[in-house]
Design a binder for this molecule. Sequence first.
Ligand code: PMP
Length: 439
Amino acid sequence: MTLSTPELLDRRARLLGPAYRLFYEQPLHPVRGEGVWLFDADGRRYLDAYNNVASVGHCRPEVVQAIAAQAAVLNTHTRYLHEGVLALAERLLATMPAGLQAGDGHAMFTCTGSEANDLALRIAQAHTGGTGLIITQWAYHGVTAPLAGASPSLGPQQPLGSNVVTVPLPLRAPHSEIGPRFAEGVRQAIATLAQRGLRPAALLLDTVCSSDGVLTHPAGWLNEAVNSVRAAGGVFIADEVQPGFGRTGEAFWGFARHGTPAAPLVPDIVTMGKPMGNGHPVAGLVARAEVLAAFGRQCRYFNTFGGNPVAMAAANAVLDVIEREGLQANALHTGVVLRQRLAALGRRHAAIGAVRGAGQFIGLDLVDATQGRDDGFAPAPALTQRVVNGLRQRGVLISATGPEASTLKIRPPLVFTEAHAALLADTLDAVLTELENAA
Ligand code: PMP
């Protein structure tokens, strides 16, 4: 017998305690997933435009079968020889620019993006001898103590680490100013660290700034900041947990969009997770061999589950599907179509502000059209909540992001098609129209 929503809520509170939060005024209770759809206990389907983890589609049969087949044969840890971990390392390194490929770079595996970032920090600290960490003003990087202390988007109750300095992200500045202003902020952060007697270990950056409100353009905006942190002895860690694995369409990795063939951007460490196992807990990093050397001398790395044969089978199967179905190209194409549709809606609904994005990672500002602000952005967090809940009521799942909680965050499974994009845009149209008529 299925419990009612109030009964489930009560049980959750009693059993799981006070730290968890659910989405939506009317929480969703999905019982099954398939492709871009989630189904609730009553059999009602919801278009998933939020979950970038199930990137090759919910319950993708090839991934499920790869997991089941490997689990039926062997699942141990990485202190034995196994080819699965080597196959995945080889394939990941081959997606990297020169300087991070096999021979110049190494791959290491974890279970979560948090662990990958945590390991990256230890590697950066061992290599640089510094401890300072520079991040964006509304970043999220993970759940471990050092990373919660580097995740201001958790809110003011979460104190930042004493080694952490945040940099304002000029998200809505004119394109020509974004790069220089961010780089100037990074240089100020380096000076702030120096005042605390600290040297920078790393600039840690989600290369689409998903929790800051989605910043994808102009390509190259982060390069001057990377140069500045390197000049001060720190490394650049590209947190690809959100943008990685083809999502941005133009490149397999978010950072790669910021380089050119003549001058590729080569991070010192690339961390990855979320879509890597399509829901199976697989994450990891790729680091320049030179950057990893000091950590390798100082430490023995062992992760009981990270890199195990089942995890590697899942991740290899995900890569197979992305490659076979050209899902990066699909992300590019569907992303363009979706942004066009959203921009067209913006001409009819005054509450729609800027639409930013690359591939299938899109941020849509909702604004209070009656207000003005210096940068032309008057946030509308209450409206945003109504829109997110209104979409859920009409069977479309998304969420909100940014310090003002006034940007819709749209990042569907990569198997999203033009028809799905149309359904999303039409439903947003209906929700905004309804809210306007009620006002
Ligand atoms: N980095 C970024 C940019 C993330 O968005 C997240 C998760 N939301 C993480 C790291 C942490 O990953 P995980 O939840 O797998 O630990």
